[in-house]
Design a protein around this ligand. Structure first.
Ligand code: SF4
Ligand code: SF4
Ligand code: FES
Length: 695
C-alpha cells in the first residue's frame, strides 16, 4: 500500500492509501455518502454537490509545524463550509462527519434542488426500482419541496442518441457521468453538454450518432432514467426479473454477464431473457461490457432454433426420436472405424470439446478445429497464465498488438490495453489497429510480412528491457498459415517468460472458446475439403463449413452428423441433425483468450428437446462403448482436469470462488457503481502455465 493515512469517519477509524478520496474511504467501512456525479471508475468532477460533508483537520502550530494538542489529542479544526467528499483526498488525522445536522441538511437541500428540474415520472420510468435518485431521495431527501411544481422544466421526451440509446432530457440531472465515461473510459468522446443552465442538454457529436461500441454502459452508470436502451426500455421492472450468471460467448474476452429473465405472457408464458447486464470481474471486464455482449443474444431465443432430432429419410430430413438419431449416428461411426473426422468450433464449451476429443480419440479419428486463425500451439505454451491482470500493467510493461483490431474483435481488451497505456505501459501496434493514438510505436508491415516485422522487434529495447511483455495477436488480413507464423514469431519474443505473471501471448480468436480447443488437442487442417472427401463419416459440432462456403459437398459425400442450434447450410446437408441447447439454457465453462476458465449457468428453460453438446456426444460414445462423461457438465470438467495437464485442479467449486472486489457495486444501493451486478457466482481460474505443464 502506498503511504497509509489514518482518519476518522463518523467516529470510525480507517486506514487507507494516500490519495484515497473520502467518499471511497467511507464506502470501504460501510458508510454511504450519497453521490450522483462521482463514480469510482472515473475522475471526480465535483459537479452535483450531493456528497457534501463536514471535514475537520488537525490544527497545526505555525511556529513549530506540529499539531496543536488539546487534552492529549491533536486539536481538530472544522472548516466554516462543507466540502465535497468525492473530490477531497484523505489526510492524516482528518475527522469527517457525514451525518451531522449540517451535512444532512445540505444533502437534503441538494436533493430538493435536483428534484426541481426532475419530472417525477417514476411510475413509468425504466429506472424505477433501481434508480439512485429514487433511492437517495427516500433516504436523504425532503418529504416536501419548496419549489413550485408548475415551474418544472419540461423537454420533449425520448430523443434517440443513436440507434441503441434513448435520452429523456427532463430526467437528466447533468451529472456528466455519461460524458466522462465516453471520454475517460471508452476513449470515444461522442457525448457532450450543450447549452447552459436549465437548458443544458446531453448531445451526441458523432456521425453516426453515439458512435461507440461501449454505449450501453452509460445506461448502467446514469444515476437516473435519462439514458435507457431501445432494447430493454418498457420491457420489465427490475423486481419482476430473476438474475442468472453467465459468460458472454461472442468473443474471446469472456466478459462476465448477468441475464435478467422473466416469465412473459407475450411469449406464451415462457421464461425469456429481458436484458444482459455486466457482472463485475475486475480481472476480466471490470464492470463494463460492449454493445455486442449487451444486445446480440437475441438469436439464442429465435423461433428458428432446432427443437428435435432430424434424420434423412427418402432424401429429406424428418423428425426422429433421440434414440433413433443416436442409434443411426452410432452405427455409422462404428462402421466407419478409422475413416471418421470430428470437426468442432470455439462455439462449444470446455466440456463439449473435451467430450468430443475423448470420442475422437476412442475412434482414432482426427479432431479438427474449424477456424480461420492458427497459432494456438503457441498460446498453449506461451499464453498468459495465473497472476496475469491487465489492471496491473503500467510502467515497465510493453504490450504488442499485432494484426488485431481489438475495438471490433475483442472490445473490452481494447479498453484494457488503452488503460494500461494511459497508466504508462509502452504500446507497440503491428498492422492497422484502432489503438494508434495510444501507441508509442507503430509498425506497418507490407502484405505477408507481419510475422517478420514482429520477429524484427527481438532486439528492440522496448522488448528486451521490458519487465513485463504481453502480446495480443490476431488474424487481420492473414490466412491461418500466416497467423500461425505470427504466433510463432510472438512466442520467440516471449522466450524465457513462460509462466511469469503478466507476461505471455493472447490469441484474439474469431470464436469465444478457441483457446480451449487448442488446449484440448483440436487442430485446424490446411485442406478441409480433401479431409472431408476422404472420410466415411464426418461429425460436425458448432460449425457451418458448407453454409459459409468452405466445404462443397460432392455427389458422394460422407455420412454427415451435425450437432447444431439452427438448421444451418451444413445441417441441411446432414444425415443426422442433433439439436443442442444454447449457453443460456445449460451450464458449462469457457476458456477465455487470457486462458481464464469461467463458468456459466442456465438462465432460461431448455428449448424443445435439445440437449447440451457434451451430453449428446456422451450418448453417441455410450453407443460405441467409449467412456465419456455425460451426466453433468461439472463431472465432465472434472474428468478433463484429471487427464489434461493444463486443466489440472479445475472444478466447478473452484470456478465459483469469489473474493472481495473494488469498487463495491450492485448491492442494495445503485448510487455508487451503477446497475452492474456484483459477482457472487465465481471469478474463474487461469489455466496452468507452461511451467506447470512441464512438471
Ligand atoms: S444523461 Fe444521465 S449520466 Fe448523463 S449527465 Fe444526464 S443524468 Fe448524468
Ligand atoms: S468484449 Fe467480447 S466478451 Fe465482452 S461483452 Fe463484448 S463481445 Fe462479449
Ligand atoms: S460533487 Fe461529489 S458526488 Fe457530485
Amino acid at each position: 500500500m502506498t503511504k497509509p493515512v489514518t482518519l476518522t469517519i463518523d467516529g470510525q477509524s480507517v486506514t487507507v492509501p494516500f490519495g484515497t478520496l473520502i467518499v471511497d474511504a467511507a464506502k470501504k467501512i460501510g458508510i454511504d455518502i450519497p453521490v450522483f456525479c462521482y463514480h469510482p471508475k472515473m475522475e471526480p468532477a465535483g459537479m452535483c454537490r450531493q456528497c457534501l460533508v463536514e471535514i475537520g483537520r488537525p490544527l497545526i502550530d505555525r511556529a513549530t509545524g506540529q499539531p496543536v494538542m488539546e487534552d492529549g489529542q491533536p486539536k481538530v479544526q472544522f472548516g466554516p463550509k462543507l466540502e465535497t467528499s468525492c473530490t477531497t483526498p484523505v489526510s492524516e488525522g482528518m475527522v469527517v462527519l457525514t451525518r451531522s445536522d449540517k451535512a444532512r441538511a445540505a444533502q437534503k437541500e441538494i436533493l430538493e434542488f435536483l428534484l426541481t428540474s426532475h419530472p417525477l415520472d417514476c411510475p413509468v420510468c425504466d429506472k424505477g426500482g433501481e434508480c439512485p435518485l429514487q433511492n437517495l431521495t427516500l433516504t436523504y431527501g425532503p418529504s416536501e419541496s419548496r419549489f413550485l411544481y408548475d415551474e418544472k422544466h419540461h423537454a420533449e421526451k425520448n430523443v434517440p442518441l443513436g440507434d441503441k440509446i434513448f435520452l429523456d432530457r427532463e430526467r437528466c440531472i447533468q451529472c456528466g457521468r455519461c460524458v466522462r465515461f465516453q471520454e475517460q473510459v471508452a476513449g470515444d468522446p461522442v457525448l457532450a453538454f450543450y447549452q447552459r443552465g436549465r437548458s443544458t442538454d446531453i448531445i451526441t457529436n458523432s456521425e453516426p450518432p453515439f458512435d461507440s461500441i461501449f454505449s450501453g454502459n452509460t445506461t448502467d452508470i446514469c444515476p437516473v432514467g435519462a439514458l435507457t436502451t431501445r432494447d430493454f426500455r418498457f420491457g420489465a421492472r427490475p423486481w419482476e426479473m430473476k438474475a442468472a450468471a453467465s459468460i458472454c460467448s461472442l468473443c474471446p474476452v469472456g466478459c462476465n454477464l448477468t441475464f435478467n429473465t422473466r416469465r412473459e405472457a407475450g411469449a406464451g408464458g415462457k421464461v425469456v431473457i429481458k436484458r444482459a447486464m455486466p457482472r463485475q470481474n475486475e480481472q476480466v471486464n471490470e464492470i463494463w461490457i460492449c454493445d455486442r455482449g449487451r444486445f446480440d443474444w437475441h438469436s439464442m431465443e429465435s423461433d428458428d432454433r432446432l427443437s428435435r432430432p432430424l434424420v434423412r429419410k427418402d432424401a429429406k430430413l424428418a423428425s426422429a426420436s433421440w434414440d433413433k438419431a443416436i442409434d443411426l449416428a452410432g452405427d455409422r461411426l462404428a462402421e466407419a472405424k478409422g475413416k471418421t473426422v470430428v470437426l468442432a468450433s470455439g462455439r462449444l464449451s470446455n466440456e463439449d470439446l473435451f467430450n468430443l476429443k475423448q470420442l475422437a480419440d476412442g475412434l482414432q479419428a482426427e479432431a479438427i478445429l474449424y477456424t480461420s486463425m492458427g497459432g494456438g500451439e503457441w498460446t498453449t505454451t506461451h499464453g498468459v497464465s495465473a497472476g496475469t491482470n491487465f489492471a496491473d500493467l503500467g510502467p515497465g510493461t510493453t504490450i504488442i498488438v499485432a494484426a488485431a483490431d481489438l475495438y471490433q474483435a475483442a472490445p473490452i481488451w481494447y479498453l484494457r490495453v488503452k488503460q494500461a497505456s494511459e497508466r504508462g505501459a509502452a504500446l507497440v501496434t503491428v498492422g492497422a489497429s484502432r489503438l494508434e493514438k495510444y501507441a508509442g510505436r507503430m509498425v506497418l508491415p507490407a502484405k505477408g510480412e507481419t510475422a517478420k516485422a514482429v520477429a524484427g522487434l527481438a532486439k528492440d529495447r522496448l522488448i528486451t528491457e521490458a519487465e513485463n511483455l504481453v502480446i495480443l495477436y490476431g488474424s487481420n488480413g492473414l490466412d491461418p498459415k500466416e497467423s500461425a507464423a505470427l504466433a510463432s514469431a510472438c512466442a520467440g519474443l516471449l522466450s524465457g517468460r513462460q509462466g511469469k505473471p503478466n507476461n505471455g501471448l493472447i490469441g484474439v480468436w474469431p470464436r469465444a472458446n478457441e483457446q480451449a480447443a487448442w488446449e484440448l488437442g483440436f487442430r485446424p487442417v490446411e485442406n478441409l475439403q480433401t479431409v472431408f472427401d476422404k472420410a466415411a463419416v464426418v461429425y460436425i459440432a458448432g460449425a457451418d463449413p458448407i453454409g459459409d462456403g468452405t466445404l462443397r459437398p460432392k455427389s458422394k459425400k460422407p455420412f454427415l452428423i451435425v450437432q447444431e442450434l439452427f438448421l444451418t447450410g451444413t445441417a441441411q446437408q446432414a444425415d443426422v441433425v442433433l439439436p443442442v441447447q444454447a449457453c443460456t439454457e445449460r451450464d458449462g465453462s469457457y476458456t477465455s483468450g487470457e486462458r481464464r476458465v469461467q463458468r456459466f449457468y442456465p438462465a432460461v428453460p431448455v428449448h424443445g428437446q435439445s440437449k447440451a453438446d457434451y451430453a449428446v456426444t456422451a450418448l453417441i460414445a455410450a453407443k460405441l462403448g467409449i467412456q465419456v462423461e455425460g451426466r453433468s457438465a461439472g463431472l465432465a470438467l472434472e474428468r478433463a482436469a484429471a487427464v489434461v495437464p493444463a486443466f489440472a485442479g479445475l472444478s466447478y467449486g473452484r470456478l465459483a470462488e469469489v473474493v472481495e472486489q473494488w469498487p463495491i457495486v450492485g448491492r442494495g444501493d445503485m448510487y455508487y457503481g451503477g446497475t452492474t451486478y456484483e459477482n457472487s457466482q465465481g471469478l474463474g481460474v487461469h489455466l496452468g502455465s507452461a511451467e506447470n505443464k512441464k512438471a
